[in-house]
Ligand binder design. Structure first.
Ligand code: ADP
Length: 667
């Protein structure tokens, strides 16, 4: 493998002064091409010494067909030195022409790696590679010398170029400044650099070139060396980039967004692009911002925030951590209060490195106001709910108190009802118990008055008659009391309960047992156990007592009263009270149930004609009926129905939810 070489090319004049240097030369020697221009060759080349260089320069002047080759040492940018070969290249534009005529020479310096043998590289290098330039020498605008590269650039052979003037190559609109610049340098010496458009043969579109011009002595007279560099491609890509940035800018501006693009972090985050939206948002002129470092821009932005110190920490902290992504809300100073949503994120290049940041700002005042309003109304709703819960608690407590009160009221009501009932019962029982002996006292008194028990004198008669009147008054009073007690009993609301009929029957029989016995009337009951009824027990008891009372009252002495019951089909139980008394005439059968009606030979003082009417009303309240069959002189049969407790018959409590009784009451 041949040793690797680096090359640099210099254009020097006959005194050894560098007229132009290639970019390779500049790179090797650690400077800009322009820095090399004006340097003396022996300042760059150490060895084999000043004499050698002088001799070399002389050899240039003497060189004819074959250019000389010289081994030299050059100073390097890093401060070291390197071995190199020095070539003089043939001047293509003046092929065959003696070099000393040219007054300039192109030197190629090949830097050797290691101690490789000097190589003759002549002919394999484009002399136009001096800083990538095509070289022309002009005098009075006429082209007097042209390098091959210039021929390549213009499309005109180097030999023909020397028949033209610079005016033939420059686009008309650029001609005047170009000619003026060339003339000034030819006259005054020095250097200049400018751009113009260069015509090319066979191409309609001119090339964009940059000309570096230096005054030289050419064949004993003043001339200019013009190095032309094609920058069309760079310009195109620069224009393309500019257009892209303009498009991007236009798109961002059209979006109304406030965007700042920051460039290369190592360059201090310069502002690359700033949209008008930023200017509007912050009410600042942003036209001068691009190119300025972010810190300068920050000094403008900082006082605008409502907490500048905090913001400073956040922003500069973010730049210290270039990978940080941040989205937050920030307040602006001044009134009315405004809230910005701010986001900042790194931008990455194709290789993943950070090439800048994109910062956007958006006014979210209205949005955050709406959010705040929402939060406020939620808070109010929460408070209202809490208050409501408090009220609810109070209501619950009040309700509890109310329920307690209601319970107490119920108990009081219950005991009141019990008292009322007790009073009625007392009244009824006392009246009944008083009435029965009074009736028999009356009968006895009458008997005595009639003389059935012996002679009665006038005084005795008068006393007995007084006694009889008083007895009748007493009986009247007691009847009134009884009527009152019965009416009260009737007014009581129904208290339905499930109870065994035989128990109630036994209780009723017990009430009338005494009066039956006093008249030797037999009392027979045949109520099967297990018949359960669903009714107001007190009221059914009253009906039974009344019917039994009548059966005794309207019976003959030594007669019989029979009571039985049967579980009839359907919903009711049928109860029968039979007697062997006076009986009731057929025409009176319906009337006896009317209030105050007494029929047949009912003795005065035996009744008030109310008992059956009340019994019928009490049964009607239960939805039940009473009827009578009778045969005058033989006896009567009263039949009535009572609602059956069918659930109890199946073993289920029928009173669930109505009374604490779990099963039929047994007496
Ligand atoms: P009181 O018996 O107080 O007169 P009731 O309403 O109980 O009132 O009876 C109405 C009438 O019906 C009685 O006066 C009587 O004439 C007749 N009566 C009631 N029960 C019988 C009975 N078992 N036998 C014959 N007559 C009766």
């Amino acid at each position: 493998m041949p040793p690797k070489t680096h090359t640099m090319t210099l254009l020097i004049d006959r005194d050894g002064t560098v007229i132009m240097a290639s970019s390779g030369a500049a790179r090797l020697l650690g400077c800009e091409p322009a820095d090399l221009e004006g340097c003396r060759l022996h300042e760059l080349i150490d060895s084999p010494g000043q004499d050698v260089v002088e001799a070399f320069l002389r050899s240039i002047r003497l060189a004819t067909a074959r250019p000389p080759l010289l081994a030299v040492t050059i100073r390097l940018s890093a401060g070291g030195r390197a071995e190199a070969d020095l070539h003089v290249l043939p001047s293509a534009g003046a092929a065959g022409a003696p070099v000393e005529d040219a007054g300039v020479a192109l030197l190629r310096i090949e830097m050797r790696a290691g101690a490789g043998a000097p190589r003759d590289g002549s002919g394999d290098i484009d002399p136009g590679s001096i800083a990538g330039e095509a070289v022309l020498i002009c005098r009075n605008e006429a082209i007097v010398h042209a390098e091959e590269a210039a021929a390549g650039m213009t499309g005109i052979p180097a030999g023909e170029l020397t028949n033209l003037t610079i005016k033939d190559l420059v686009a008309p609109e650029d001609l005047l400044p170009v000619v003026e610049a060339l003339r000034a340098i030819e006259r005054d010496g020095g250097t200049s650099e400018f751009g113009f458009r260069l015509f090319r043969t066979g191409h309609r579109v001119p090339l964009e070139v940059v000309a570096r011009v230096r005054g030289v002595t050419w064949r004993g007279a003043q001339a200019v060396v013009v190095g032309l560099r094609d920058i069309s491609r760079e310009l195109r890509s620069a224009r393309f980039a500019t257009e892209r940035i303009e498009h991007l800018n236009a798109a961002l501006a059209a979006s109304g967004e406030a965007v700042i693009l920051l460039g290369d972090p190592s360059g201090g985050w310069p502002v690359v692009l700033v949209t008008d939206g930023v200017g509007r948002l912050f009410d600042r002129d942003v036209s001068g911002w691009p190119g300025r470092r972010f810190r300068e821009v920050w000094e403008i932005l900082r006082p605008l925030f409502d907490e500048p110190e905090t913001e400073e920490r956040i922003w500069l902290g973010m730049l210290d951590d270039p990978d940080a992504v941040r989205v937050d809300n920030v307040g602006l100073a001044g009134a009315p209060r405004r809230i910005l949503e701010r986001s900042s994120a790194p931008m990455h290049g194709a290789d993943g490195s950070i090439i800048g940041r994109i910062c956007t700002f958006r006014d979210v005042t209205r949005r955050s106001q709406a959010e705040e309003a929402l939060i406020r109304s939620r808070e109010e709703a929460r408070r209202a709910r809490e208050e409501l819960e408090g009220v609810h608690q109070e209501l619950l407590l009040a309700n509890e108190g109310l329920e307690k009160r209601m319970g107490q009221m119920r108990e009081m009501n219950e005991s009141l009802r019990g008292l009322v009932e007790m009073r009625s019962n007392l009244l009824a029982n006392v009246s009944h118990d008083l009435q029965t002996p009074l009736v028999s006292i009356r009968a006895l008194t009458e008997m005595i008055l009639r003389g059935s028990l012996g002679e009665v004198n006038a005084d005795q008669r008068a006393s007995l008659e007084t006694a009889l009147r008083n007895i009748d008054r007493l009986i009247g009073l007691i009847r009134n009391l009884l009527a009152f007690a019965r009416d009260q009993a009737r007014e009581q609301p129904l208290r339905i309960e499930s109870f065994a009929l035989d128990g109630a029957m036994a209780e009723a029989v017990e009430v009338v047992r005494e009066s039956a016995a006093s008249r030797r009337i037999a009392l027979e009951t045949a109520v099967p156990a297990g018949i359960v009824v669903l009714a107001d027990r007190e009221k059914i008891l009253r009906v039974l007592i009344n019917l039994l009372g009548n059966a005794i009252k309207y019976n003959r002495d030594g007669g019989r009263v029979t009571v039985d019951a049967e579980d009839a089909p359907g919903t009711a139980v049928r109860v029968r009270v039979r007697d062997t008394g006076v009986g009731i005439a057929a025409q009176d059968l319906e009337r006896i149930f009317e209030r105050g009606t007494r029929v047949g030979g009912s003795a005065p003082g035996e009744g008030d004609g109310l008992g059956l009417a009340i019994a019928r009303d009490l049964l009607r309240e239960h939805g039940c009926v009473i009827r009578v069959e009778s045969e005058p002189g033989k006896g009567s049969l009263f039949t009535f129905t009572v609602p059956k407790d069918r659930a109890a018959a199946r073993g289920i409590s029928s009173l669930d939810g109505r009374s604490p009784v779990a099963g039929p009451r047994r007496d």
